[in-house]
Design a protein around this ligand. Structure first.
Ligand code: ARG
Ligand code: ZN
Length: 852
C-alpha cells in the first residue's frame, strides 16, 4: 500500500488523555490502555485503532465490557455508535524478549525499553498512532524489584510503592504529545546525576542511565547535555520545560537515538565515551547526537509534525541546530567541511539514484525507509539557505514566530516557511520548490569578459529523478568572491547573490586578467558546481582564498580533477597536487584540524560520483598511486608530523583533536609509500597510544597491509577489548574497511566469528555497513560483494526489517556501473524480491532500486 501526502485528513477522534498500565515481564508484558476519546467529526464515525502484531484480550467502554468491535487486518475498529466521548479500554499482551525488530517494547540485555518513532506504539497497544493525535499520558508500571529496580517513563514520577517482590511507579507527563514520543524503560541501571539551572532560574535534574560499570564513561554526554541546554537558551531563546531530563543508553538500537519527551533513549554508541575506548570522532558524535535529541524538545516535541511527510520539519531543522551547536563548540570551518563531506557521501548519491525523493516526499510505503540523508541532511541545508537569505536577526525573528505560533501543535513544513517569510519579511514562493523537487541542482559557470570588465554566467539545472522528469529552477543563496592572481590586489569581496532563474549574469568588477573565482563559499547552497578551472587557479585559491571552506574546496577539486583524469585513462597533474598539499601542510602548526581535512584525498566513492561510469578498480589504483606519490614527495614532512609527541588523549580541544587527525593522515600517506619501516612505525604508535584515536588510526593503517604487525595488532586489540561491544565493533570495522584484495572473503569469515551477531544493529553495521562503503571490495568484479550483502538482507529481514532495508541502497546504484556489474546487482535485487514473506521495508527499497 502506498500512502499519499495529498490524502491527509484530520482524524475524527482526538484523545486528550491516555492512561497506560504495564505489568512488566521480559517474556511477557501485559498492557492495559485507557483512551479518553472525544469525537471531533459532526457525524458518527467508528474509532480506528492501529495495531501491529497485537490481539485484543478485552475491550471496555466507559467501564463495561464492549462487544461492538472487530479486527480489520491488524487494526482494531471500535464502533461507538453516536457517542461523542468515551473511555475506551483495551487489554493486550506483548512479548518483549521475542521482539527482534527493536520497534515497540523490547528487551535488551535483560532490560526493557521502547522505540516508538515512527509507528512502534501500535506494537504496544492499539492506537491511531499518528503524530497529529496529542495526549497527556499517565503511565503506571509494576515489575519485579530485582529484575527491574529502575522504572522510568516520560515526565515526572508522581507516586511509587512496593507490593511483595514487585514494585510500581506512576509517571505523568503534563505536556500533550504524540504517541511516537512515548517511552518506558525498566531495568537494572545506574545513573550519573547532575543538574542544570534554566535561564528563568528553574533547577532541572539530569540523569544519564547506563548498565553498571559504564557510568564512568558518561561524563562527556552529561557535559554535552548541559552545553546544549545553555546553547538553546542563548541562540534560540528556548528553555527546557520539565523538572527532570533523563537519558538511557541501550546497546541494541536501530538508529542513533530518540527524543522521547523527558526520556531520551540512546544507542550506547552516542553516550559512552572515554579516551581509552572512544576516538575523537566518537566524542564528537556523542556531543552532536546528545544536542540533536535535546534540541528536539522544541523542534519536534513542543512543535511536532502533522504527518510523516513533514518529517524534515523536525529533522532537517534539528540537524541544522545541532550542526551550529557543534560548530560553536569547536571549529566552525572544520565542522562545515565535515557536514559537506557527509552530504556528498550520503545524500548526493541518494538524490542521483532510484531512491531519490524530495525533502517532503509525496508518497511512501514504509515510513522507516524515509529516515534518510535527504530528509535529515539536505533538509538541514534547506533551513541553512533560509538562514543565509534572512541573516541572523531576521532568521531568529522567523524561528521565534514559528515556535510561538505553533507551540503545542502538529505543524507542517509550509508552516515553517510561512513563519520565515513573515518573520524575515521575504518572499519565499519560489524557494518552496526545494520541498517539492528531488535531485541535486547543477550550476554551470562561465566567465565572460568585456575589456577589463568581468562577469559570471550561471546556468541552473535540476536533473530528472524518478517520477519527476521536468524540473523548475530554484531560489538559492550563492556566496562568491573574486581575486586578481596578478598581485594587483583587485578583488570582489564576499558577495551574496540570490539565484532564482535558469540563467543569470553576475558582474564581478574590473580585473586586468582572468580573476580567480571563489564560488559557493561556505557551501551556501547544496549544489554541484561545474566550472572549468586550470590547476594553477585552483592551487592559487587553495593557498590564498580568505574563506577556509573555499580553500579546502579548491584543493579537493584539484585532487579530484587529477584522480578522475587518471581513472579515466588520461594523465592528471600530479605535481600541482603535490605542490598544493605541501603548501597547505606548511600551515599545519597553526590549524592542524583544517589542514588534516584539506590534505585528505577525496574518497573512492566521491571520485566515482564524478565519472560517467564508475570504475572501482581504476579509482582504487589511481587513488593509491596518488597517495603514494604524495607520500614519497613529502616523506620528510609526514615523518616530521609523526616525530612530535601526540597531544594527550585526554585533551579534547579542537587543536589537540586536529593534531591527532593530522598524525593519522600522515601515517596513511607514509604507509602508501610502501616503505619497509612503516608497519613497525604503525605498530609502535598502536602500542604506545594513550587513547583510542591514535590506536584506531594505527590499527586501520596496519589493516590495509599484510605485515606480521597487522595480525599481531588485531590480536592484541581483540584480546584487550573483547568484552567491550562498542570497541569490538571497531575491530570488525577496520577489517571490513581494508583495502586488501581479499576483503570480501575476510568479511565472510568475520560473519562466522563467535562475536558476530545479527541481533545487534551496531555489530551488523560495523561489519556489513563498513564493507558496503568499501567501494572496490563491494564492487569486486565477480559479484561476490553483492551476493554477500543480498545474503545478509535475506537473513536479517525476518528479524529486523528496518536495519535490513538500510543495507539495500548500495545495490540500487547499478546504473552507475558497467553492464556486467549492473546485471549482477540487479540479479541480487531480484533474488531478494523473490523471497517469500518479505517485509514492507525491504520490498519497497528493493523494488524501487530495481526499477531505477
Ligand atoms: N527521531 C530520531 C532522531 O533523530 C530518529 C528515530 C528514527 N526511528 C526510526 N524508526 N527510524 O533523531
Ligand atoms: Zn532527529
Amino acid at each position: 500500500v502506498t500512502i499519499h501526502r495529498g490524502d491527509y485528513a484530520p482524524l475524527e477522534w482526538q484523545i486528550p488523555d491516555i492512561a497506560l498500565d504495564f505489568a512488566l515481564g521480559v517474556e511477557q508484558t501485559k498492557v492495559s490502555a485507557a483512551l479518553s476519546v472525544v469525537r471531533h467529526a459532526a457525524a458518527p464515525a467508528p474509532l480506528l485503532l492501529r495495531g501491529d502484531g497485537l490481539t485484543a484480550a478485552e475491550v471496555r467502554v466507559d467501564g463495561a465490557v464492549w462487544n461492538d468491535w472487530r479486527m480489520d487486518g491488524s487494526d482494531l475498529i471500535v464502533d461507538l455508535g453516536d457517542r461523542t466521548a468515551a473511555v475506551v479500554e483495551v487489554d493486550t499482551v506483548i512479548a518483549p524478549a521475542s521482539n527482534t525488530q527493536l520497534m515497540g517494547l523490547y528487551a535488551s540485555n535483560n532490560m526493557l525499553c521502547t522505540q516508538c518513532e515512527a509507528e512502534g506504539f501500535r506494537r504496544i497497544t492499539f492506537h491511531p498512532d499518528r503524530p497529529d493525535v496529542l495526549s497527556r499520558y499517565k503511565v503506571r508500571m509494576t515489575g519485579d524489584k530485582a529484575t527491574f529496580p529502575i522504572l522510568l517513563s516520560n515526565g515526572n514520577c508522581v507516586e511509587q510503592g512496593e507490593a511483595g517482590n514487585d514494585h510500581w511507579a506512576l509517571w505523568e507527563d503534563p505536556w500533550p504529545k504524540p504517541s511516537y514520543l512515548f517511552a518506558l524503560v525498566a531495568g537494572d541501571l545506574v545513573v550519573n546525576r547532575d543538574s542544570f539551572t534554566t535561564m528563568s532560574g528553574r533547577e532541572v535534574e539530569l540523569g544519564i542511565w547506563v548498565r553498571k560499570g559504564d557510568e564512568a564513561r558518561t561524563g562527556h554526554a552529561m557535559k554535552a547535555l548541559q552545553d546544549s541546554m545553555a546553547w538553546d537558551e542563548r541562540v534560540y531563546g528556548r528553555e527546557y520545560d520539565l523538572d527532570l531530563f533523563n537519558i538511557v543508553a541501550v546497546s541494541d538500537f536501530n538508529m542513533g537515538a530518540m527524543e522521547n519527551k523527558g526520556l531520551n533513549i540512546f544507542n550506547t554508541r552516542y553516550i559512552l565515551a572515554d579516551p581509552d575506548t572512544a576516538t575523537d570522532v566518537d566524542f564528537d558524535g556523542v556531543e552532536g547526537v546528545v544536542a540533536h535529541e535535546y534540541f528536539h524538545n522544541w523542534s519536534g516535541n513542543r512543535v511536532t509534525c502533522r504527518d510523516w511527510f513533514q518529517l524534515s520539519l523536525k529533522e532537517g531543522f534539528t540537524v541544522f541546530r545541532d550542526q551550529n551547536f557543534s560548530a560553536d563548540m569547536g571549529s566552525p570551518p572544520v565542522k562545515r567541511i565535515e557536514d559537506v563531506r557527509l552530504l556528498r557521501a550520503a545524500q548526493f548519491p541518494e538524490d542521483a539514484g532510484p531512491l531519490a525523493h524530495p525533502i517532503r516526499p509525496d508518497s511512501y510505503q514504509e515510513i522507516s525507509n524515509f529516515y534518510t540523508a535527504t530528509i535529515y541532511n539536505k533538509g538541514a541545508e534547506i533551513i541553512r539557505m533560509m538562514a543565509t537569505l534572512l541573516g541572523p536577526e531576521r532568521f531568529r525573528k522567523g524561528t521565534d514566530l514559528y515556535f510561538d505560533r505553533h507551540d503545542g501543535e502538529a505543524a507542517t513544513c509550509e508552516d515553517f516557511v510561512r513563519a520565515m517569510e513573515e518573520g524575515g519579511d521575504i518572499d519565499l514562493k519560489q524557494f518552496r520548490r526545494w520541498y517539492e523537487q528531488a535531485g541535486t541542482p547543477r550550476l554551470s559557470l562561465t566567465l565572460a569578459q568585456d575589456g577589463d570588465d568581468w562577469s559570471l554566467d550561471i546556468r541552473q539545472a535540476v536533473p530528472p529523478t524518478p517520477g519527476q522528469p521536468d524540473k523548475a529552477p530554484m531560489m538559492m543563496p550563492l556566496r562568491l568572491a573574486a581575486f586578481a592572481m596578478d598581485g594587483s590586489g583587485a578583488t570582489l569581496p564576499d558577495t551574496l547573490v540570490t539565484l532564482s532563474g535558469a540563467a543569470q549574469r553576475v558582474p564581478l568588477g574590473r580585473f586586468a586578467s582572468r580573476p580567480a573565482l571563489s564560488v559557493n563559499r561556505g557551501f551556501s547552497a547544496p549544489v554541484i558546481v561545474d566550472f572549468e578551472r586550470a590547476p594553477g587557479e585552483l592551487a592559487w585559491l587553495a593557498a590564498h582564498d580568505d574563506d577556509p571552506f573555499a580553500r579546502y574546496e579548491a584543493l579537493q577539486q584539484l585532487m579530484l580533477d587529477t584522480l578522475v583524469a587518471a581513472a579515466s585513462g588520461d594523465t592528471g597533474d600530479t605535481q600541482a597536487v603535490i605542490d598544493a598539499v605541501a603548501q597547505t601542510l606548511a600551515g599545519a602548526a597553526a590549524d592542524p584540524a583544517f589542514v588534516a581535512e584539506a590534505v585528505l584525498l577525496p574518497s573512492e566513492a566521491f571520485i566515482g560520483d564524478q565519472m560517467v561510469t564508475v570504475d572501482p578498480d581504476a579509482i582504487r589504483r589511481e587513488r593509491l598511486a596518488l597517495q603514494a606519490a604524495i607520500g614519497v614527495a613529502l616523506e620528510s614532512e609526514w615523518r616530521a608530523v609523526l616525530a612530535g609527541a601526540a597531544p594527550p588523549a585526554t585533551d579534547l580541544s579542537s587543536k589537540a583533536k586536529g593534531g591527532r587527525r593530522l598524525r593519522g593522515v600522515a601515517l596513511a600517506y607514509l604507509a602508501a609509500t610502501g616503505q619497509d619501516d612503516v608497519p613497525a612505525l604503525a605498530f609502535g604508535i598502536f602500542s604506545g597510544a594513550d587513547g583510542m584515536t591514535e590506536r584506531q588510526a594505527a590499527l586501520a593503517t596496519l589493516a590495509h597491509g599484510d605485515s606480521d604487525e597487522r595480525a599481531h595488532a588485531l590480536d592484541i586489540f581483540y584480546q584487550r577489548y573483547r568484552d567491550n561491544p562498542l570497541v569490538l565493533d571497531k575491530w570488525f570495522q577496520v577489517q571490513a574497511w581494508s583495502l586488501r584484495p581479499d576483503t570480501v572473503d575476510a568479511v565472510k569469515a568475520l560473519a562466522q566469528h563467535p562475536d558476530f551477531t545479527l541481533a545487534n544493529p551496531n555489530r551488523v553495521r560495523s561489519l556489513y555497513g563498513a564493507f558496503s562503503g568499501n567501494q572496490a571490495a563491494f564492487h569486486q568484479a565477480d559479484g561476490a560483494g553483492y551476493r554477500l550483502i543480498a545474503d545478509l538482507v535475506i537473513a536479517l529481514d525476518p528479524k529486523n526489517p528496518q536495519t535490513a532495508a538500510k543495507m539495500i541502497p548500495p545495490l540500487g546504484r547499478w546504473k552507475r556501473f558497467d553492464e556486467a556489474r549492473g546485471a549482477m546487482m540487479r540479479a541480487e535485487l531480484e533474488r531478494i524480491l523473490a523471497q517469500p514473506g518479505l517485509s514492507r521495508d525491504v520490498t519497497e527499497q528493493a523494488s524501487k532500486s530495481l526499477a531505477g
